[in-house]
Design a protein around this ligand. Sequence first.
Ligand code: NI
Length: 262
Amino acid sequence: MNRLIKELWDNYMEITPSVAKIKKVLGLENDVLFADHIAYRSINVDSCGIERISRPFLDIGYVIKKTYYFEQKKLRAIHLENDFSKKAPKIFISELMLEKCSLFLRRVLLNAFQCFHFSEENILTSGRKWKIKYKVYKELEKESKYAAWLYIHGIRVNHFTLNVSQLENYTIENLCNKLIASGISLNKSGGIIKGSESKGLKQASTMADKIQVQFDDLYNEINIPSCYVEFAQRYLVEKKQFKGFLVESANKIFESTNRISI
Ligand code: NI
C-alpha cells in the first residue's frame, strides 16, 4: 500500500470497526484487497472541494477520468485513476453544490469549513475542526443526509471498497449472503446488490458503523453513523474491464450513512 493510501486507511479504520469483523468473516488477511476505490465527500468551495481534495492524488500520478451528477442529492463527483499503478485504488470525490441548498445549510457548512486553508497539507485526514450542535445536525439531516454527515465528520475518507473481483472464493452474491448470515447490516436501498454484469459493475455496502459523538448542546453522547465498507465486482464491457461508476448505484450507496436502516 502506498504511504498516502496507508495513512488514509489507518484514519478510516479508527471509526470503522466493521472492517475487522468483515475480514474475519471472509477470512481476508490483506488490507490491500480493499482497494477498488476510496471515497471522499466535500462541499464546492475552493478550500476543500473536489479540486482541493484531488490535489494530493494528482501529485502522486492520478488523473481525473470522469465527472458524475446526482441531481436529487445535489452532488457533483469525479473519479481519478492512477495510470502508473494499476493496483492503486481509484478515488471517487463528491461535493455538495451549495448554491442549490437552503440558506441555513449554506451558512452552517460555510461557517464550519471556513477553517480550511489552501496551504493545509493534511486535508485528507483533517476531519472536523468545529463544535457541533445536535439541533443543527437534526435540521441539516432533514434537508441533506450528506450534509449532516459532513457536519459531523469533516474531510476524511467516507469508505474503502473491497475488490471482490480479486477474491477467489467469492462472488458479490455469496459474499453478501455470508455477511448477512454473520449479522452484518447491509444497505438495502435499491436492492442489496446494485448494478449488473452487463453494465460492468455490481456493488453493495454495509450500513455505516456508529460512533459516539459529543454535541455542544447535549449532555449525553449520541450514536451517529461514521463510515461504511463497500464491495465492488467489476466485469468486462466490450472486452475491457469497466473502471467507472454507475450513477444510479452510487446514488443508493450514498444512503449507507443514513441514520435509519433502509
Ligand atoms: Ni463507493
